[in-house]
Design a protein around this ligand. Structure first.
Ligand SMILES: [Zn+2]
Length: 261
């Protein structure tokens, strides 16, 4: 059994959550870490968890690439965290802007604002002893790592991780996790990282409903695909699937402080 460690169940494509979760169970995916991006998607995520308490673990976040989020929206997310901190398993999705910097009229100020916002969320994570699910791809990873250290955050995962190998090495040595998506099936960069990274530092996810290529082309991305990701990790590690599944599941349970099945 395995857990999808990053999924956007608030998305409107998941109108029939029961069916989605049943398909997941059929593929040995017994739970989903559900992230939010703004006040509305956070509320939807909490509601989904209320209805499917055994399969959905909710997180509250503020997506760093959602540049239209106002300061008032960020404050509202902070209030949601304060109000629901005992119900959630992590802060996420939070992080630093990267993709939106390209073509932005003033990328420097976006970065400064993003850094300031992430700092505020890391303060909340420290206050409530919550792990952090980070969006900090490519050049944003090294900066996110130094912010984690500055705020003395002990538990964090760099979701859909992509960064220079040296930065990834520092992340792992600092005791943080990185996660891979279905891209690991067909993207060389991800495959090479999985080959050398210690299994103890790895998580798996789908980032549903983000669409993938290769054998997933044209398929609606759902949590069940986590199973396929595990299979590929096992192949790359040259270990039995069951053993890898157990290890990755344990990593997820430990990071998010979930009860073991
Ligand atoms: Zn995401």
């Amino acid at each position: 059994m395995i857990i999808d460690s990053h999924c956007h169940l608030h998305d409107s494509v998941f109108s029939d959550l029961r069916a989605t979760l049943t398909r997941a169970i059929d593929h040995e995916v017994w739970g989903v870490i559900a992230v939010g991006c703004d006040p509305a998607t956070n509320a939807k995520t909490l509601e989904a968890a209320t209805h499917h308490g055994k399969a959905i673990w909710p997180c509250l976040g503020c997506h760093p690439e959602w540049t239209r989020l106002t300061d008032a929206a960020v404050e509202e997310v902070e209030s949601q965290v304060v109000q629901h901190h005992s119900r959630i398993v992590a802060l996420g999705e939070v992080g630093l802007p990267w993709y939106c910097l390209e073509g932005a009229p003033d990328p420097a100020s976006l970065m400064v604002g993003g850094r300031e916002r992430l700092g505020r969320f890391l303060e909340l994570a420290a206050r409530y002893d919550l792990p952090v699910i980070l969006h900090a791809p490519h050049g944003a990873a090294v900066e996110a790592l130094s912010l984690l250290r500055r705020h003395a955050i002990e538990r964090a995962v760099f979701h859909w991780h992509k960064a220079p190998t040296e930065v990834t090495r520092q992340i792992v040595e600092a005791g943080y996790h990185v996660s891979v998506t279905p891209e690991v099936v067909y993207r060389q960069r991800d495959r090479e990282m999985v080959e050398w990274i210690p299994l103890e530092s790895l998580l798996v996810e789908t980032d549903s409903p983000w669409p993938y290529q290769g054998e997933f082309e044209g398929l609606a991305t759902e949590p069940w695909m986590t199973s396929r990701v595990v299979e590929e990790v096992a192949k790359l590690k040259q270990l039995p699937v069951d053993e890898v599944m157990f290890r990755l599941s344990t990593n997820t349970c430990q990071l998010f402080d979930l009860p073991y099945a």
